[in-house]
Design a protein around this ligand. Structure first.
Ligand code: PLP
Ligand code: TYF
Length: 393
């Protein structure tokens, strides 16, 4: 049997981690994988997470199984964080999942179960795992244009032109905020226009929210999602707690389904059923920490304060880099770096230029010229700026 297995293509983002580690240069700079790092290059455990873990260690009395959907308190807390109380509970189904990836996977499985022939529309480009999992599941996938290579913003006219082909029952995958890999995001009026289109066509949105709190703030980052949720009868949301709680390896996320109230019970039952088919019970440790933090005023305030420091830090790095590039190049063509939001910006460089950054300057970014802004600090920003110009970007 094992003789039938073929080598599988590696994940290019994860591959970069190994390449970076193997590079002996002491002044190398890692702008690869999407993990937050502070100015010293560390990915810290957040203060509120540490405090919740201590409290959990003292008070936890059993590690018996949770439910198939995870703990109801977690599902309620995460739905409130994402939806902000805008949606009545009789429309909301939710299950805990192993991270945001697990939520995406379960969402795709639900789509396949409900409408095996539906087409899932994804942005060009999108997070590579979206395509990888959709293809693995044998689903119909089409792309819509998204990134404007010239302005490095969203080509909204092209996006809407492509989405004019969507049909009732199709699914449109949207990044809730902090688009990965480009950093370019929809404005609120553009979300409005997407909602109009979805309403008119009867297509279903699947919103991947992996960076709430990393862009313009916890509420602003969910504004487009809430607008969609308030207008459309059916919505899928894949939420991740990996980044905004810094609990990457705990595998914490949720798949939320919004339906008409009459369909809620069956939707909730189906989400639980799909969990059972894949892994029975979702991981609980991270979900419990998130619940404790969100439901405790002091822990929540401290978490929000630290998340805000993280967000502001990334914004300052963006402004610093854009300023440095403006001063060095004497042009405004890098202004998009300060306009983008979240951890990532796509520079719009060629594969060859990305390769030169690595070979000649020890600067590692993903091959499509996606850089992780959080990999920078005040010392490395000017170094990166000079390298960008030196390779002719
Ligand atoms: N969706 C997007 C767009 C992401 O960038 C990520 C990665 O961080 C995820 C989903 C899922 O993350 P995780 O499975 O670590 O929660
Ligand atoms: O895009 C990123 O860098 C993050 C982390 O298979 C990630 O989303 C990267 C690759 C992967 C899972 C997570």
């Amino acid at each position: 049997m094992f003789g039938n297995l073929k080598a599988q293509p590696a994940d290019k983002i994860l591959q970069l981690i190994g390449q970076f580690r193997a590079d002996p240069r002491s002044d190398k700079i890692d702008l690869g994988v999407g993990v937050y790092k502070d100015a010293t290059g560390l990915t810290p455990v957040m203060r509120a997470v540490k405090a919740a873990e201590r409290r959990l260690w003292e008070t936890e009395t059993t590690k018996t199984y949770t439910g198939l959907a995870g703990e109801p308190e977690f599902n309620a807390a995460i739905a409130a964080l994402v939806l902000g109380g805008t949606i009545t509970p009789d429309r909301v189904s939710s299950v805990a999942t192993p991270g945001g990836t697990g939520a995406c996977r379960q969402a795709f499985e639900l789509i396949r179960l409900a409408s095996p022939h539906a087409t899932v529309w994804v942005s060009d480009p999108t997070w590579p795992n979206h395509l990888s999992i959709l293809n693995y599941l044998g689903m119909n996938v089409r792309t819509y244009r998204y990134f404007d290579a010239e302005t490095r913003g969203v080509d909204f006219a092209a996006m809407m032109a492509d989405l004019s082909l969507i049909r009732s029952g199709d699914v449109v995958l949207l990044h809730g905020c902090c688009h990965n890999p480009t950093g370019a995001n929809l404005t609120l009026p553009e979300w409005q226009a997407v909602a109009d289109l979805l309403e008119r066509t009867g297509a279903v949105p699947l919103i991947d929210l992996a960076y709430q709190g990393f862009g313009d703030g916890l509420e602003a980052d969910a504004a487009g999602l809430r607008l969609i949720a308030g207008r459309l009868p059916e919505v899928l949301i894949a939420a991740s707690c990996s980044k905004n709680f810094g609990i990457y390896r705990e595998r914490t996320g949720a798949l939320i389904g919004l339906s008409e109230p009459a369909r809620r019970e069956v939707t909730q039952g189906t989400l639980a059923f799909l969990n059972r088919q894949n892994f029975s019970f979702p991981p609980d440790h991270g979900a419990r920490l998130v619940t404790m933090i969100l439901n405790d005023d002091a822990l929540r305030a401290d978490w929000q304060a630290e998340l805000e420091e993280v967000r502001q830090g990334m914004l300052s790095l963006r402004e610093h880099l854009a300023r440095e590039l403006r001063d060095l190049s004497g042009s405004d063509r890098f202004g998009f770096i300060a306009q983008h939001r979240g951890m990532f910006s796509r520079l719009g460089a060629s594969a060859e230029q990305v390769e030169r950054l690595k070979a000649e300057h020890g600067i590692y970014m993903v091959g499509d010229s996606r850089m992780n802004i959080a990999g920078l600090n005040a010392t490395t920003v000017p170094i990166l700026a000079r390298a960008i110009l030196a390779v002719g970007i």
